[in-house]
Design a protein around this ligand. Sequence first.
Ligand code: GUN
Length: 379
Amino acid sequence: MASLQFQLQATDGHSAARAGKITTDHGEILTPIFMPVGTAGSVKAVSQQQLKNDVQAQIILGNTYHLYLRPGLETLEKAGGLHKFNGWNRPILTDSGGYQVFSLASSRKITEEGVVFQSHIDGSKHLFTPENVMDIQRSIGGDIIMAFDECPPYPSEYKYAEKSMHLTHRWLDRCFERFNGTPDRYGYTQNLFPIVQGSTYADLRKASCEYAASKNAAGNAIGGLSVGEPDHMMYEFTQLCCENLPAEKPRYLMGVGTPWNILECIALGVDMFDCVMPTRNGRNAMLFTSKGVINIDNKKWEHDYSPLDDGIDSDISNYYSKAYLRHLMKAKEILGLTIASVHNLAFYLWLVGEARKHILAGDFISWKNEQAAILQQRL
Ligand code: GUN
């Protein structure tokens, strides 16, 4: 069993985009890649079979915060880890909880030691530290696990962003110390990725990239973006981070974004993405398609019996009509949530797959420019 490997297969001549292959003990991931979010061990409304066959997902996410609170570590450990528990035998990445305690917990207090927070489920009190978050992620069993960080809000004052970044760096040292001192839990290799912070300050971002890179981890993540800043700032700091993180390691941009955000950030050198947008927006009747964005609730689709999206290779997207999905959503039939979620995820996976093909073919930028008008169009 071996540490995660990253093989760069092609770099674009006209942008920083690249195509690569990540190898883990649970299989390969072709990059650039989008990772569906399976917060509590399930991608909402989507089965593992659908993730494999319709979506063609190569890796999914889980969240430490949710899985630790429910079902809890005893259940996960007795199952033999999350792969065994949920039946997903391809790679899994877990986020550390550093973000969720800030966005979800009903109260939280940050100290040097860690974060004390109250569960959003029953109000019970818990402490996350860099050490126990490593132990918890070892027990969950992700192939890629994330460092415990603080994600400052946007906007943040320079002084706060700087203080927060240094805390994240001290936590990063503690994460690696614990991670390196503990064995892989289930016989395959787990890999720890550091997370770059530094808010919207170039000198802090640069310092944080250098700090992250100094850990010589198998990959690096960019956090603290897509937290309310305008898109042009997200691109500016994504570019700065890509330029200051090692080229020979995968770069993961956390929590991004719209289809168009993803293509722009692939052009800046990002290899891995995750976001709740395809599933969350799908459940709210918003469909991303290869012809533009659809609000399936709109009366316009009432008698449109054409497939949801015949431009992508997904059985569900080709099979069901817009009129039928509109009916399901209006009638609050739960199948509607599944069809919308599976379709949106299949579209995201199609999009990154096409990006990869065009990077390999050498015409990524001209293809991306064509996509700009299509992806941002409302049908
Ligand atoms: N998900 C989206 N952004 C972040 C971040 O900054 N940190 C963590 N841990 N997860 C994220």
